[in-house]
Design a protein around this ligand. Sequence first.
Ligand code: AMP
Length: 283
Amino acid sequence: MKIITSIVHMQALAIAPEREGRRIAFVPTMGFLHEGHASLLREGRTRGDVLVLSIFVNPIQFGQNEDLDRYPRDMERDCHIAESCGVDIVFMPTAAEMYPSGFQTGVTVQELSLPLCGASRAGHFDGVATVVTKLFNIVRPDVALFGAKDYQQLAVIRRMTEDLNMPLEIIGMPIVREADGVAMSSRNAYLTPSERQSASCLIRAIRRARELFAAGERSVAVLLKATRAVIELEAAAIIDYIEFRDCVTLQEREVADDSTLLALAIKIGQTRLIDNSVLGELA
Ligand code: AMP
């Protein structure tokens, strides 16, 4: 497994497989890898001849008062996990390498970036779209894998690759969960033991909404009230948003159907957690 920090070196490595007709599969991450990342890597391994993982905590997708400086890092452990998943190349550039002085270009996916996490994290998806574009230009993948855990991010990236005719396939992968249903996230490392218990309110709320939907409830007002009630029972939880939207356009819905996305962002103590579920999809 090669570990590469230089952009030109990574670009040079990507050109050989392209010339030889070998496919590059790519999994971009911010590191502190867990089983969710590993599921993307294992799928990537089956879809490409060369598997590239990037680890880059992208400063331009963090807001002023967010957790950029304390985002968890463990390169040694990440490299072990990467190796066990069959990664060929780990690309881990520095922020100075990615954003040298004079950098001034950005990519914006307009409407999809505005609601949900875009509303509480202004500029977040511009930062995501810009770094993913840069990473695609550096790694030149044939296929890139993203988790449905970050549902809006996946929607933004799908739109961006289509709108900008980027020549690669985007694969969305299911959310990997802990035994109690909590979605795996690098940010779970911030939680104290009691906050970690409280964090299960997100999946309990999702299960409640799915139960009602499966029993025939279609009113978003009713589903929202029931979902909100589960979160409000948890003293440590503060609601950022709970919304029901179309799973493709992310437009608001008043009547739920199989393609309705339930998306939540909930603060547990200082930690903001997100989760989601498309009501008509198998859990
Ligand atoms: P991150 O390191 O948090 O930026 O995540 C890197 C990639 O892993 C993104 O495509 C995420 O959606 C995906 N990912 C993170 N957590 C999970 C999870 N629990 N299940 C599936 N994919 C995930």
